[in-house]
Ligand binder design. Structure first.
Ligand SMILES: [Zn+2]
Length: 175
């Protein structure tokens, strides 16, 4: 799989990169992707069909950029590895990768906790909803009963009240 990560070099596995005919040689030479293993910083520049150093390009873009396109001289790669600026760029790249890894692990933890929180809230809400529905359903006959009782109550109260009023009327307004 080819990485499209902005923090990783572009290292496609191709049948052909940039075959070149060198004087005194019968067949053409090309870049070999086997070199990616020894030099993980190699990054293909599609437009120039040559390879550059990913960390040097990323962290020191103003410095004289390293280019590898002479397939007959892989020693150039070893030489570049020993340069001070390359060592510094490699350190920065490694640190960046470590930081990114830590960040992604923190983010995944945050994401996990958030998911748990959402799950808990959803469960809680579900309980509330279910309980409310249950209570509402349960309450229907109870409410009907209660209202019927209340009607009855009012009715008997009215009778009592009527009696009391009649008595009071007789007391205050005797015939
Ligand atoms: Zn470099």
């Amino acid at each position: 799989m080819i990485s499209t990560d902005v923090n990783e070099p572009y290292q496609p596995i191709l049948e052909s990169y940039n075959p070149r005919q060198y004087s005194g040689e019968s067949s053409k030479r090309d870049f070999s992707p086997v070199l990616y293993e020894t030099f993980p910083w190699l990054s293909l520049n599609k437009s120039s069909k040559s390879f550059e150093c990913f960390p040097c390009q990323k962290f020191y873009p103003v410095s004289k950029s390293f280019l590898f396109s002479n397939w007959r001289k892989p020693q150039k790669l070893h030489k570049h590895c020993k340069s001070k600026s390359h060592e510094a760029a490699m350190k920065k790249w490694i640190n960046l990768k470590i930081n990114l890894k830590q960040q992604s692990s923190v983010l995944s933890k945050v994401h996990y906790f958030h998911e748990e929180e959402v799950k808990k809230n959803r469960e809680y809400l579900q309980i509330i909803v279910e309980t409310s529905i249950f209570t509402a359903v349960q309450n229907i006959p109870q409410r009907i009963n209660a209202e019927l009782k209340l009607l009855h109550c009012h009715h008997s109260h009215w009778k009592e009240l009527e009696k009391t009023l009649k008595m009071l009327f007789l007391i205050f307004f005797p015939r």
